[in-house]
Design a protein around this ligand. Structure first.
Ligand SMILES: *Cc1c(COP(=O)(O)O)cnc(C)c1O
Length: 467
């Protein structure tokens, strides 16, 4: 395929996409594919001779769509949604076509400058204090790794990036058991190790206990460890638990520790002032991550990291070899110095399209609806004696169990979840909470309606009644 055929095939892809999106509701949400089924349809080796685009496109239509779980399906209630508002898809098409490496201002002036403006738009939209700057990363995992490396280096006065961490005191990171596994992974790859991620006990609301944090730091200092930083959970992945940010930041600050807030999912809801109480005190944090690709509507991937002072992270990650120096320019931002990868996609464009095409009011209305509908759905389950709400709605997430009389609730819940997902009208996933198997229900898909959310009750009760 040549550039002269670009319009033809792009239009074909766009037309396919329009039909796909228009008919998503008719597809089962979760793929019905068996392991190995897709790979078996592909030849073992790459072709030596060029193949016509017609054949490639036909195979795509034949093999791929039915082999996918449909994340943009309006009845996708599993994990957390990964949105792609139509306007952000269009922006991604444009960014894909320009296909720039946005590592330096000079390699991408518009991408760099729009990124700076989008960070400010979002900072203000979330109600954060004006001192925050930031950058766009691929994922919360990368942003959290950047923050944990910064915690490590700051505690070692940046000796680690020079001479390595062997022979240094062992840095310690603190987080509650409600934080995401990306914090564990960051400690693994930062050379800190799982054993030096201290899981601080939580209170009855699953929030980190500030007194227990203080006690852990004091005990670690006495034992010769080097307390380095605290990861604060706002809207945890399992049940949506949040730490008391103000109290935890106060303990960390008094001990000279760096703080990173993981609000990967819940951060989007902070565009609504009425929800901001859940991260009250956040302006005192050093670093904050949230994923506009989760709930706000920006096409994956798009994770925003805000920094109260960018210099510790730039000192940790901001390598600038001679061949990347921008000659005759000093007052410019080179975002690769803020993050781990050198190469960067033009992710700011979809945020620009998203916020303009729907307006903050349109984005707020969607999030408010999701929260209200999920609350309403929880009440329907609560009113049915065969179901128990195991954790209350936190924003747009609650968990429940199926508890038929005389049965084992864990086994009954697991069996019901399997039947719901095999049925295909909705898709839900599970978590373990206090040793129990519970179903997570979360709504956040950009186009889902109240009926879509309420259908979870109908599907669950219908399948429970007909074993
Ligand atoms: C989804 C999620 C993450 C991981 O996000 P990625 O962008 O996929 O790395 C981290 N923390 C929380 C709380 C999450 O919900």
């Amino acid at each position: 395929m040549n550039i002269s055929d670009f319009t033809k095939w792009s239009n074909r892809a766009t037309a396919w996409g329009q039909t796909y999106l228009d008919t998503l509701r008719t597809r089962p949400v979760r793929a019905r594919t068996k392991p190995g089924e897709i790979a078996a349809q592909l030849p073992a080796h790459a072709p030596d001779a060029p193949e016509p685009m017609d054949a490639i496109f036909a195979d795509f239509e034949r093999i791929v769509p039915d082999g996918m779980t449909h994340w943009q399906h309006p009845r996708f209630f599993a994990y957390f949604s990964s949105n792609a508002a139509p306007a952000s898809m269009v922006a991604e098409q444009l960014a894909n076509t320009i296909a720039a490496q946005c590592m330096l201002w000079q390699t991408s002036p518009a991408a760099t400058e729009i990124e700076g403006v989008m960070i400010r738009w979002l900072r203000d939209a979330l109600g954060l204090a004006p001192h925050f700057t930031g950058t766009i990363q691929d994922s919360a995992t990368s942003a959290t790794l950047s923050a944990i490396l910064t915690m490590r280096e700051r505690s070692l006065d940046w000796r680690g990036i020079k001479s390595g961490i062997a022979g240094e005191k062992t840095p310690r990171i603190y987080a509650s058991a409600q934080t995401h596994s990306s914090i564990d992974k960051a400690c693994w790859v930062a050379g800190i190790g799982q054993d030096n991620l201290v899981k601080v006990p939580t209170d009855s609301d699953f929030a980190m206990d500030p007194k227990a944090l203080q006690a852990a730091i004091t005990a670690d200092r006495a034992a010769g460890f080097l307390p380095a930083g605290v990861v604060i959970c706002v809207g945890g992945t399992s049940i949506g638990a949040s730490d008391n940010v103000a109290e935890i930041v106060a303990v960390a600050k008094a001990e000279g520790l760096y703080t990173h807030v993981d609000a990967a999912w819940a951060g989007s809801a902070m565009i609504c002032p009425e929800f901001r109480h859940i991260w009250q005190g956040v302006d005192g944090a050093d670093s904050i991550v949230f994923n506009p690709h989760k709930w706000l509507g920006a096409q994956f991937d798009c994770s925003v990291q805000f920094l109260a002072d960018a210099s510790p992270q730039l000192r940790t990650l901001g390598l600038r070899p001679d061949y990347l120096k921008t000659l005759e320019q000093s007052d410019i931002t080179n975002y690769n110095e803020w993050t781990i990868p050198l190469g960067r996609r033009f992710r700011a464009l979809k945020l620009w399209f998203l916020m303009r095409a729907y307006g903050l009011d349109g984005l707020r209305a969607r999030i408010r609806n999701h929260v209200a509908w999920v609350g309403e759905l929880a009440e329907r389950f609560r009113a049915n004696p065969d179901f128990v709400i195991t954790t209350e709605p936190r924003l747009a997430l609650f968990t429940f169990q199926y508890t038929p009389k005389g049965g084992d609730a864990d086994a009954a819940t697991e069996a019901l979840l399997k039947r719901i997902n095999d049925d295909g009208r909705v898709y839900l996933t599970q978590t373990t909470h206090q040793g129990r198997f519970v179903i997570r229900m979360t709504a956040g898909q950009f186009d889902c309606t109240r009926d879509d959310v309420m259908s979870v009750y109908d599907v669950a009760t219908e399948l429970a009644a007909t074993p």
